[in-house]
Design a protein around this ligand. Structure first.
Ligand code: DQA
Length: 140
């Protein structure tokens, strides 16, 4: 499968950022493990702290990849524009969160993205991304 992972704001700091919530592994290290585990698949990666860049990437790849995995970070809870971009494309999208957002502050309980995604995986640390890949491999 051709898959794309999009990470949103502050997720470039994984490994350093609030390790008690997000763990101490960098995303690059985790991605290297994923590429070994899913060696038969292609897993592209894009990270941006800018809402517009995330939307442009959804537009450019969202008609060709077999599946898109997005952790939009805090934009999850604020961005109608990213939700509209997901609605506009053809590739199926899984929303992912490292932490269990429902155990956290109330403002993290609302997601503008969930209603336009195939499914949501949250709370399994970085393994949330691996679970999303497995979900795509079983369902798409
Ligand atoms: C997050 C949860 C969001 O509420 C937060 O703003 C993030 C990361 C997660 O992966 O747990 O940046 O999406």
């Amino acid at each position: 499968m051709n898959l794309l992972i999009i990470n949103g704001p502050n997720l470039n700091l994984l490994g350093k950022r609030e390790p008690s919530i997000y763990g101490s592994e960098t995303f690059d290290d985790y991605l290297s493990k994923l590429s070994v585990e899913f060696a038969d698949d292609s897993i592209d990666y894009f990270q941006s702290n800018s809402e517009g860049d995330i939307i442009n990437k959804i537009h450019s790849d969202g008609f060709s990849v077999d599946g898109l995995i997005i952790n939009a970070g805090a934009y999850t809870h604020t961005s109608v524009a990213i939700a509209d971009a997901i609605s506009a494309i053809q590739s199926p999208v899984i929303e992912v969160h490292i932490s269990n957002v429902h155990k956290r502050e109330a403002y993290r309980h609302k997601s503008f993205l969930s209603a336009v995604c195939l499914g949501v995986i949250a709370g399994f640390g970085l393994d949330s991304y691996r679970l999303a890949i497995e979900a795509f491999k079983k369902t798409v």
